[in-house]
Design a protein around this ligand. Structure first.
Ligand code: NAI
Length: 376
């Protein structure tokens, strides 16, 4: 019965209609750097996300193989209901099922939108990879090796991020961008300048991904408190490198207190979490699996925001007026417009106030470096 109503005349139009009326949204997501350590696992997780209906996997190497592999997963056929109701009429899922079951005439079309995964290889295919995307996740670029700081990656990754963001500005200027490539404290300002130059900058739609710092903080604090990390919520603010990663342990939920030794141990461990993985991998790269998990969690939060879900709050590195710096990581509320509200830091204790001053000093330099890369 459903099949009889398949293939409405203008699929894209119907899709938009469906989304506007709160039906299955079927967002289009691109991953740039999809064949890398983070990219592959992230592609796998996004293929399992029911909010995604089109997944574009772009890289300069190996993307056809990753795409073929991922596309065999039998996950997520998004059912699209193309409403044909008159203005003001309200159709619910139950109405639809009732009508299907009782053979009544449908006053609307419905169809099954099969999840599509497409691969794109190299610069000539960048535009095709990006056209029409709702969300672009960027984990492209080189990772750290032992002894390197995130800033050591600047020379290679700055150029990669610039090229990819030029593509975003041209082909999907309204997409939400999740920037993972390091150093995030500089690559987000680079992306902002590229978008400003192209006349497409929307600060609400550019988000540096710092979710891994939060998942690490929740895990390590959970260990100390003997709690399931899922029950723990640690705000991590500032940026995404060394001392700029500032966990606000005085604001942990559920409310708790730490000794000075515990505070020192936890703050250092959260700040050095990335280096812990880089050293353990001994030259084979940096965090990929936990990062893909964190990126998928953050992308899902962005999609839930775009869909119109209420109360979606995550930490992210965004354009901000929380401090005197133009960018800063703090809790943000995600909505249809992207980062719709950037929350203040709340009360800090003395240890955190000292940490904030250190973080701001380093952040200011990293932000300036990113901005200068495009401006000069
Ligand atoms: P990887 O080397 O395994 O993968 C990077 C991928 O990017 C490769 O497949 C490569 O071919 C691709 N790539 C290079 N240039 C490209 C271009 N111009 N266009 C498209 N793709 C391109 O590296 P991994 O481990 O996946 O890390 C990626 C980035 O994520 C690094 O910069 C790393 O520092 C960063 N990272 C960020 C974290 C965060 O919390 N924001 C955490 C962990 C890593």
């Amino acid at each position: 019965r459903i099949a009889a109503h398949l293939n409405p005349p203008n699929f894209e139009l119907r899709r938009e209609e469906c989304r506007a009326k709160g039906g299955a949204p079927g967002f289009k997501v691109a991953i740039l750097g999809a064949a890398g350590g983070i990219g592959q696992s992230l592609a796998l997780l996004m293929k399992m996300n029911p909010l995604v209906s089109v997944l574009h996997l772009y890289d300069v190497v190996n993307s056809p193989g990753v795409t073929a592999d991922i596309s065999h997963m039998d996950t997520t056929a998004v059912v699209m209901f193309f409403l044909q109701v008159k203005e003001g009429e309200n159709i619910t899922m139950l109405n639809l099922l009732y009508e299907c079951m009782h053979g009544l005439t449908l006053s609307y079309y419905c169809g099954v939108f099969i999840f599509q995964v497409r691969g794109f290889l190299g610069q000539p295919q960048l535009e095709a990879a990006l056209t029409g995307m709702d969300l672009v996740v960027i984990p492209a670029g080189v990772p750290r090796k032992p002894g390197m700081t995130r800033d050591d990656l600047f020379n290679i990754n700055a150029g990669i991020v610039r090229t990819l963001c030029e593509g975003v500005a041209k082909c999907c200027p309204n997409a939400v961008v999740n920037l993972i490539s390091n150093p995030v404290n500089s690559t987000v300002p680079i992306a902002a300048e590229v978008f400003k130059k192209a006349g497409t900058y929307n600060p609400k739609r550019l988000l540096g991904v710092t979710t891994l710092d939060v998942t690490r903080a929740n895990t390590f604090v959970g260990e100390v408190l003997g709690l399931d990390p899922k029950m723990v919520d640690v705000p991590v603010v500032g940026g995404h490198a060394g001392v700029t990663i500032l966990p606000l342990l005085s604001q942990v939920k559920p409310p708790c207190s730490f000794t000075p030794e515990e505070t020192e141990y936890l703050t250092k461990r959260i700040q050095d979490g990335g280096t812990e993985v880089v050293q353990a991998k001994a030259g084979a790269g940096s965090a990929t699996l936990s990062m893909a998990y964190a990126a998928a969690k953050f992308a899902d939060a962005c999609l839930r925001g775009l869909k119109g879900d209420a109360g979606v709050v995550e930490c992210a590195f965004v354009a901000s007026e929380v401090t005197e710096l133009p960018f800063f990581a703090s809790k943000v509320r995600l909505g249809r417009a992207g980062a719709e509200e950037v929350y203040q830091l709340g009360p800090l204790n003395e240890y955190e106030r000292i940490g904030l001053e250190k973080a701001k000093k380093e952040l200011a330099e990293s932000i300036q470096k990113g901005t200068n890369f495009i401006k000069k």
